[in-house]
Write a protein that binds this ligand. Structure first.
Ligand code: PLP
Length: 369
């Protein structure tokens, strides 16, 4: 049996209604900052629970433009998680700021206990990453943000509809950054991103920043970027967005089934599942003994398992100049050796899930450890 990781071929394989919408849209010529984009932004803000949302070119740009909008400059320090995806760090370095890393805990998010000692006079923003669909401990983090008056930009790219105490990712900080990349839980057909905020001033500034700083076609107010979400992609987004909750719930259901079965295998450890947290499982990751062998065995058996990631961001060559060394972030390092990801998406069938579970069981019976 084959279990694919990416479900993209299935996701848009049967959507005649979307095709007819796109056909109609193309004949309007409303391609740049069009009506459908405005509609998508309002619906997205409504879904997440903020006053505003602004579509941009990518999740990376959502972070970069947020940082720019709150005034982060070259030489400023920005605190983020040591285990994050490259894009968080790319957004920080692109504006010349210096990433300062904090180790994660077993929920794959920044351990907020270690945050305070990283704060210096140069710290101009904190970027918690709600990695894999978990949430950073935002109640605690926001207290520190208030105490030190340091703004928070949430990297919510992997955690659309994730929440703590029913308060969604992207509603805690000054802004929330989301990605609509094809591999994310809510996706379009190209790169795309969106920024959420409750702050009217920031909303206005971000709208300028994403569109060359133009107030109108003849008036440039500030130096900005070309980072608009294509209206064409907003049409796709408008088709998918009503399914967002259903997609999250299906992933949660799949994860529960996995958790229940994997918890019967003594060589598997399941990360904590805090009761007040809604984890939306952009990635379904467990800790496995003998991980490298299990990984190879799964691939051989046709299961496209993944490792997110074998080498942590803070040790990549691109950030060597920051001077971090191996073992600086022991939890992140430990994860690299024992994490394994299985598909958990809304198109995964029960049969495929059962095959993954039985394959993992078989592996450990075979190795007798
Ligand atoms: C995907 C992702 C991004 C960036 O999104 P893009 O749309 O690919 O630019 C940023 N941070 C995290 C944690 C991500 O997973």
């Amino acid at each position: 049996m084959k279990v694919r990781y990416s479900y993209l071929k299935q996701q848009f394989s049967n959507c005649p209604d979307l095709w007819s919408k796109l056909k109609k849209f193309v004949s309007t010529g409303d391609f740049t900052l069009g009506k459908e984009l405005g509609f998508f932004e309002r619906k997205f803000a409504q879904l997440i629970g903020t006053k505003y949302a602004i579509g941009v070119n990518s999740g990376t740009d959502a972070l970069k433009i947020s940082l720019k909008a709150i005034g982060v400059k070259s030489g400023d320090e920005v605190i983020t998680a040591a285990n994050t995806f490259v894009a968080t760090v790319g957004a920080i370095t692109e504006i010349g700021a210096i990433p300062k890393f904090v180790d994660c805990d077993d929920t794959f998010c920044m351990n907020v206990e270690h945050l305070e000692k990283k704060i210096t006079k140069k710290t101009k923003a904190i970027v918690p990453v709600h990695f894999t669909g978990y949430m950073t401990n935002m109640p605690k983090l926001m207290k520190l943000s208030k105490k030190y008056k340091i703004p928070v930009i949430e990297d919510a790219c992997q955690s659309i509809l994730g929440s703590i105490n029913n308060k969604n990712a992207g509603t805690w900080g000054l802004t929330g950054a989301f990605s609509l990349h094809p591999l994310k839980n809510i996706n379009v057909w190209s790169d795309g991103g969106i920024i959420t905020t409750n702050n009217k001033k920031l909303y206005e500034k971000i709208k300028l920043l994403r569109n060359h700083g133009l107030i109108d076609r003849d008036t440039v107010k500030i130096n900005g970027y070309n980072s608009r979400l294509d209206t064409f992609q907003a049409v796709v987004g408008n088709w998918l967005l009503p399914k967002a909750k259903q997609i999250a719930n299906r992933r949660i259901k799949n994860a529960k089934y996995f958790d229940n079965e994997f918890s019967k295998i003594k060589q598997i450890n399941i990360p904590p599942r805090p009761k007040n947290m809604k984890v939306v499982f952009h990635l379904y990751i467990i800790f496995a003994e003998n991980r490298d062998e299990l990984y190879k065995y799964c691939l051989k058996k046709g299961i496209e398992a993944k490792i997110h990631y074998p080498k942590p961001m803070y040790l990549q060559e691109s950030v060597k100049y920051l001077g971090y060394k191996k073992n600086d972030f022991p939890i992140t390092d430990g994860h690299c050796k024992k994490i394994i990801s299985f598909p958990c998406d809304q198109h995964l069938t029960k049969k495929q899930q059962n095959y993954i579970i039985s394959t993992v069981k078989k592996f450990y019976i075979g190795t007798k450890n």
